[in-house]
Design a protein around this ligand. Structure first.
Ligand code: NDP
Length: 248
């Protein structure tokens, strides 16, 4: 698929969807940079990639810290002299009544999910524009478009990521940098076998999502052949946000 030798940075790649994305690119021959704040899980992802002969390095990165992001990009530039693909995956949520959510909690979610993605994109783009080529994917959420109660900060960041995606796509287009988003629905990162039948059947697609559903979409969006796609958002939710729900 043309990813051999590409330098791919994945934030929050120590577990869950980010880990799967990192392993998927590595399995396609990419050189993957694990930008994760917890060294133990970051190194574990590197170990899993090297086990099958893939190439990966760990760069300790807390995306809420601008200095960590600057160091990440400098290290990658020194190691590889390029960045081909950035996947802004790191994300957190806090479920709490809007009456009780503290300013610090609001800021933490915004600074992780939204400001972190902006700063990573901007610093990666400084390197990508030298190459006059690059691709960025923001992992948003269907919660950009619909909500459960008490998820204001998370929803705001994910809506913000959709807007950031089209804004950056327009600004960075002249540098041949494409920026797209993926909005996952329920992607099970724990024990899939423990899901109930009703969990699966409530989805029009008949099943809950898996991390590789998202990883394959990243490959699609960042494939050089698909260079007419920018500013787009792909919803991957088994059809859940297309389903009208009435109490029977
Ligand atoms: P996980 O919580 O399993 O993984 C998130 C990863 O991000 C962890 O490795 C975490 O590290 C890391 N991370 C958190 N904060 C930071 C930070 N400040 N700097 C660097 N890394 C950080 O989440 P998922 O895999 O489920 O989700 C991945 C992305 O997909 C998120 O953006 C999420 O919002 C989005 N998403 C997920 C859905 C799902 O159903 N799973 C649905 C829709 C969207 P640590 O463990 O050390 O905190």
């Amino acid at each position: 698929m043309g990813f051999s030798g590409k330098v791919v940075i994945v934030t929050g790649a120590g577990r869950g969807i980010g880990k799967c994305i990192a392993m998927t690119y590595a399995s396609q021959g990419a050189r993957v940079v694990i930008a994760e704040k917890d060294p133990s899980i970051g190194e574990a992802t590197v170990g899993s990639i090297r086990e099958f002969g893939g190439e990966a390095i760990f760069c300790p990165t807390d995306v809420t810290k601008p200095e960590d992001i600057a160091r990440l990009m400098q290290s990658v530039d020194e190691a590889y002299h390029r960045v081909d693909i950035l996947i802004n995956n790191a994300g957190i949520g806090i479920t709490k009544s809007p009456y009780d959510l503290s300013l610090d909690e609001w800021d933490l979610v915004i600074n992780t999910n939204l400001r972190g993605a902006f700063l990573c994109s901007r610093e990666a783009a400084r390197i990508m524009r030298r190459q006059r080529k690059g691709a960025i994917v923001n992992i948003a959420s269907t919660r950009a478009f619909m909500s459960e109660p008490n998820t204001e900060a998370y929803a705001a960041t994910k809506g913000g990521l959709i807007a950031l995606t089209h804004a950056l796509a327009v600004s960075l287009g002249p540098d041949h940098i494409r920026v797209n988003a993926i909005s996952p629905g329920w992607i099970e990162t724990g024990d899939y076998s423990e899901l109930r039948e009703i969990d699966h059947l409530q989805h029009p697609a008949g099943r809950v999502g898996r991390p590789d559903d998202i990883a394959r979409a990243c490959l699609y969006l960042t494939n050089d052949e698909n260079d007419f796609i920018t500013g787009a958002n792909i919803v991957i939710d088994g059809g859940m946000t297309r389903k009208m729900v009435y109490v029977p």
